[in-house]
Ligand binder design. Sequence first.
Ligand SMILES: Nc1ncnc2c1ncn2[C@@H]1O[C@H](COP(=O)(O)OP(=O)(O)O)[C@@H](O)[C@H]1O
Ligand SMILES: [Mg+2]
Length: 401
Amino acid sequence: MSNPNNSTPYLNYYWDSSSRENMQSQSLERNSDNKHTASPNSNYYNKHTASPNTNYYNTNSTLRTNELEHTNNDQNTLDNFISKPSPLSKYKILNTLGTGTFGRVYLCRNKTSLQHYAIKVLKKAQIVKLKQVEHIENEKQILSFVSHSYIVKLEEAFQDTRNLYMVLEYIPGGELFSHLRRVGRFSEEIARFYAAEIVFVIAFLHSKNVVYRDLKPENLLLDQFGHIKITDFGFAKFVEERTWTLCGTPEYLAPEIIQGKGHGKAVDWWAIGILIYEMIVGYPPFFDTNPFGTYYKILFCDLEFPSFVSPSARDIISSFLSVDVSKRLGNLENNAADVVRHPWFFKIDWLKIQDRQILPPIIPKYSFDGDTSNFEFYPEVPIEQEPENGIDPYKSYFVNF
Ligand SMILES: Nc1ncnc2c1ncn2[C@@H]1O[C@H](COP(=O)(O)OP(=O)(O)O)[C@@H](O)[C@H]1O
Ligand SMILES: [Mg+2]
């Protein structure tokens, strides 16, 4: 194996001991009736849904306390009555690629260059209602700030009176989720390839003090060649030490998020453990029909492996899935460098990962420009028109977008 540290410095960034301070190991007693049964008998098969603002998320300390105090006082300014051509008119909206809590992602085409893009359309009213203004601002700011071959590129962002728009590079190979569900589970060889690309990009984000917080197969796309592109920075955040927002997707939540103890970059390493398990086994290690059942299983962390999982895969997964963050792989003294040196990754040439030189195991079919056959079919819903009076009741919330 080449030494990745020579040319990939962020795989060896220094351990920030402050990020682990006060992160105590869990002292929950195991209840013998509470065995997690990792059998695919519930809804694991469906998409993991990130729930940003249900009741159990109300400890969210990053929400703006002044949100409810906003008024529409500034709505009568002249500015609201000057009609400006919407930047949206540059694009022809085509079919839906994916749906989410705040809106949809559509394929679109620039009318001049004829280039295809994915446009993420987020409803302002919904964002304000679910108190997600700050998360959406983070999404745009972080996507504008980071640039990496494994991260989807943000072309431009704009808004009109109803919606926010993020125009992204179109990644045509579909979600890793669909490819995984189609075949059931991946061989360890295939899982290792995707895991290596993901480790690489997460280490990069952490080196920029960005914690991603929503790692799951639905947010990992395959490009035309089959390499990973990570999308959806809706929960990403600049974090040097700890943060307290309770957000993410139940099956992928780290125990410290559920406990509301404050969390940091280590949550992404936990999620990589869940992801490797799900790729190899075909379903996540902890799931239940309701999120609370899932949280219970995560906190007890009773990990069971089917017999076909190799000893070294068991070891890396268990090392990521350490409830005690101070013992979690990726969050130890050498951070990501410990991950790349783990025996399960022994066959990986990290310099080739860096240069995207390993031939991907799945090469998506992409027959013509704007081919969307790798995405699920969604009944179409047109983008809501702007109101004729041009008034934007949410203007004051999105000045930073
Ligand atoms: N750049 C892109 N190219 C192709 N499809 C995309 C792109 N970005 C998102 N999608 C599709 O849209 C779905 C929803 O987008 P995402 O950003 O994850 O929104 P949400 O925050 O609602 O989960 C993704 O899971 C994916 O299927
Ligand atoms: Mg998503």
